[in-house]
Every structure is written in structure tokens, then in C-alpha cells.
Unconditional design. Sequence first.
Length: 707
Amino acid sequence: MTQTKRMRHNLPSPPGEGSGVRPLFSLLLALLSLMARAGNVVTLPTVTGAPGDEVTLTVCLQNTDAVSAVQVQCPVDDGLAVVAGSEVLSDRAAAHSARVGIRDGVLNIMVWSNALAPLQGNSGEVLSFRVVLGNEPSTIALVASRVTLTDPDGNPVAATATDGSVTIGAPKVQLASRDIDYGHIPIRGTYHQSLQVTNVGNVPLTVTGIDPSAPEFSSETTFPLVIAAGATDYVDLTYRPVERGAIEETVRLLSDNIAGTNTIRLTADPFAVNELHVGDASGIADSTVTIHLRVNNMDAISGFQLEFDLPEQLRYVDGSFALSSRKADHQLTVTSHGQHLTAIAWSMTDGATFSGEDGDIATFDVTLSGRYGTELRASKAILTATYRGKDMDVLSDHYGGWINIQSPQLNATDQLDLGATSIIEEAQGTVSVYNRGGAPLRIDRVVFDTLGFTVAEAFPLIVEPWQSVDLHVTYDGQEQAPYAAWMQLYSNDPDHRLHNIRVTGSRYAPNFLSFTADEVVNGADLLVHVDLGNYDPIEGLQFDLHYPQWFTPTGEYTVVDRAQGFSVAQRTVGQGVTRCFVYSLADGTMAPGEGRILTLPFTTQADTPDGEYTLTIDNIKAGTGALTDKYAGAEEQCTVTVSHQSWLRGDVNLDGSVDVTDVNIVVNIILGKDDAANYDGRACINSDDSVDVADVNTLINIILGKN
């Protein structure tokens, strides 16, 4: 194994164990010592100063070799300027010469000896020189691009360099804008702009104030204002214009900045505020309101010319345009053509102006119409003033006003049906009128185009907003016919001054039939009584009588006084329907009046169930001498109650038998010694609605078994 190890390192065999290690170690130490002695390092300086300062730069050398000459080259910018003749050699270079200069952006440092004498010692300063620092804040790196050392024989010696730097410490202002425009602004105001200032330097910037070229400019910033390196802050620039006209001024920022310009250009176009305002107004439709023309002015106003194209809702009141108390000896001319209104005010006295700087300059009246509000503004407006000896229009702006029109709104039906009414009574109806608007509704009058109509209410009639009123309409026409008329409502509703309502109805003569029927016991006769109420003389009647299956007409009839001389014909025209004709062969008439005219008897079946039954009369006609049907009603009905026999016929005293005692009661009733009402109709044995000798005969026949 020992042989193999020697072969791997290619070492000669030692004469004995470990004898070759110590000589090799000694050789390595010698080589390292030689390398350490060969180190030659040029050290470049690091300095700091302010702009314009003159600072000293020192070049040092640490060398292990003998060095007779040193040359170092460093790229630099124009922030450094070498002070000519400022080179100073140290004691190490007492036999040497030196030269320092900058050319083409390169700092060149040279130390040499014409006799190739070596520098003294092995470390320390070799050379110093002075430079003037520039105005721009920066750090200039001193990095050697070339280092050359030579020994006393003129041979180059290996060397390195340690970097240095020159720092120029200064603030530097950078402005976001060098032009500030305040724009078109009114005078007598205060306006602010912010100037953005950034410190792009490497030490804090101190702003101590501003220096404006005009006294209208100032600053509300608190000075001094310190802005750290790399930071941004703002400086207020306040402008208070006192005179109209475009301006261009400057302001200089005062600070410890020494590089660049600190001046800003200021522009503005201040103007005087002279405004015309049309005042708001509010009123009810058809009323008159006053329009106020207000002027707020900074210039002394000597006159005006105003023109208005009035909206259709406004009507100028002639002669109402008037100047306010602000006038001096001003004259006024007003013309109105249709909806176009022109007003011109001027003074014959030089320099006469309207007093004050705010308030009404004139007024005029308009009458309101329509339902909705509208804007009113001048179509042309000129305010005159003298500026720098010249008369000119100084109006800066003008504004319209809102004219609010409160109006009523009539809401009512356009149809009123009074229905069919008798000519002996008034036809009556109601029209409800609502006010859906925001102002009181005034109904001035109601007019009908046909005679006979009246309204109960008195006019004018006022209806408050969102309220209603009823108009009570009456018609008393005597013509027996349908009628129609126009009811016209006149109001202050601006959109519906006239509201038409169609009134309809009909008039008839009160010719009516009615009928009744007695309560009946099943199996007994039913009497149907017919009554007539008539306004016209009636010469004949026709009607159909409908009855249930349990009833059968007898064909007989009884005519009472109102129908004396009339005959009755009956004819079956259907199941349970009998048609009756009432007529006079002698052209007799039933005079106007009311009352019964006839009775029609019916029989009822003995097995008729108890209950209520309905009889109906329809197809009714009432004829007059002109062969005109004057019947005014429709069908008529009555109810018949049918019940079973609950007592013996003839048993007047309800003792369970029919005998002479019952006869005595009937005789006493006939003689007035008793009252039939005490016996609930049982004393009328033959059901003819009267107690007389016929009932006595009927009762005797019952006792004798003959009935």
C-alpha cells in the first residue's frame, strides 16, 4: 500500500518514514509569504460636500513591491471640476511629480519620478488634490477603470484599487406645473390653486415663502415648509381679483434650492358678476301674480334691455311693467306684441346708475292660465355699464324662474239618467262634482238647453281641492214621452271651462192596475179584486191573469161604481191563464182617480194544499179615446194564502155545532146588537164580505141540511 500511495501523488520515495513532509510544508509557506508581499492596492477617497464647495481628495497606496509611478483613471460626470495646481504630494513622494485632470469625462491621476525613484514606505497617502463640486445633488462614484503601477526598473507591477465616491448634498425643486390658470372667475372672490412641489434632491428642501409679481396673489401655506428628500408637498397659491380683465403674472418659490428655476406663470380671466334673476311665483289659474326681476351686480348698472317670449300659460297685464326704487331718473319703454314682451330702461343723465348691488330692478304682472307650471326666463338680456370709459353689456349670466300654477280640475259624469217618472211628480237626480286639482273649483252656473230643469244649489259654488259637491237636478215636464237635454257646467277649470252632461229620462201618466185576493179555505171561493189608479180617462182595459192549477175562474165578475157601464169578457189563452177584456159598448170612460173597479171569483179545489200561491197579471193595456195604450206599469203580483177548514161552516160561536144559537148571533149583528169583528168573519156565511139576511138564509139551510 505504501508504494501505491507514492505512485498516486507522483512523489519521490522518502529516505525514511515522514522525512519528505517537512521540506514540502516549508516550501508552501514560502510561496504564501511571497504572494502576501506582492499586494499593491490604490485607495480612492470618499468625501461629501455642498454644491460649489471645494473639497480635497486623497489617494493612498499600500504596496508590497517597490513602486516608482502610479496612474489611476476613473470615469466621472460634470459634477466635478479639478482645481488647477492643487496637487500636493506627500512625504512618500518627495522625489516625484504629480498631475490631476479631467478629460472626456475621465478623471486622470498620475504620480511619477523622472529618476524612477521608488515611493517611500509601503502604505499611506501619496497625493491629494482639490475639486469644486457642481450644483446638482448627486453621488459620483470613483471607480477605477485603469490602475497602473511601475517599479524602479520601469516594469509594470500588478495592482488593484478600492472604490471611493464624491457626494454633492443639495435639495432640488421639481414642480408639477409651471403654468397655473385660474380660469374665468368672478372678481371679489377668493380662489385657491395648489402648487405641487417635489424634492428630487438628496437633502431636505426648505421653502420659505413665495414672491408674487402682483399683490392679488398670496399663500395660506405656513412657512417654512420642509420637504424631505424624495418627498412631495403642496404650496397654496391664493388669488383675490379686484378688477375685471385677463391677467398674466408670475410667482417665485423662495427656497434653498440652488439649481433650476422656481418661477411659475399665473393666468386668469376675472370678470364682474352682473346677473339677472327672474323670481319664482305661484298662483291660482285665472289669477294675477307679480314677476320680480332681481339684479345682483358688481358694476354700476346704467340701463337694461330685456325681452321675454311668454309661455302660453302666461298673459302680460298691460301697463304693469314698472321700475323699482333702485332707479335714478331712468325712463322706461315697454312694448307687447302677442306673447313677446320688450322692456328698455335708460337715463338721459350721464353717469346715472341703479342704486345698490342687489335687489329688484323691475316688476311686471301676468295672468295665469292652464293647469301646469312653467319656466319664465328672458329670451334676451342686456345690462349696460361704463367700463374704462366705454359703455358695454356687462351681463355675466341670467336665470329663469318657475311660475307655479295651481288649478282646479273638474271631474264629473257626462251622463245622468233620471229614469221613468210620473208626470204628477218631479223627476230628480244627483250629479256629484269632484275637484281633483290643487286650487278651489268655482262652478259659476249651470245651464240647461231645455225648459223644465232646475238645480237646487245656489251659484257660484266653491269646491275645495279633493272635495266634492252634489248638484240636485229636478225636471217637471208634463209631456208623456222620453226626453233628453244638455246640462252645462261653467267653471274655472282651465282645461274644461264648459262640462256637458247628457240628461235623459221619460215621463208617463200614472195609469196602474193592482189586485188583491182574500185568504181562502181550500174548497171555498176565491175573490180577486182589481183596482185602477189612472191619470187619463180610460175607455178599456186588457190584462192576462195567471193562476195555479188549484184555482179555476168561474167566468163571473162584479163591477163596482168606477166601472159602471163596463162589461168583462174572459177567455182562456193558456194553461192557468185567463185574458180579461174590460170595455164599454156605450163609449163610457173610467174617470181619473183611484179605487176598485171589479172582482173576479175563482173556485179552489177541496184538496188544495195549505200554503201561499202567487197570482200574476201581465200584458196590461189601458186604452184611451185616441186608441193609445197609456198603461205605465209592468206586471203585477199578489199572494193567496190557502188553509184547511178549521171550524164548521155556520158555527159562529165555535161551540162545535150549527144551530139556532148561531142564527141568533147573525140576527143580532144585523140588528146592530153585536159586532161581526168579534167572530173573525165567521158570521159572513156566504163569504160576500157582508153580514145580512142572506147569511141568515144560508145558515138556516145548513141547519136544515139544504146547504
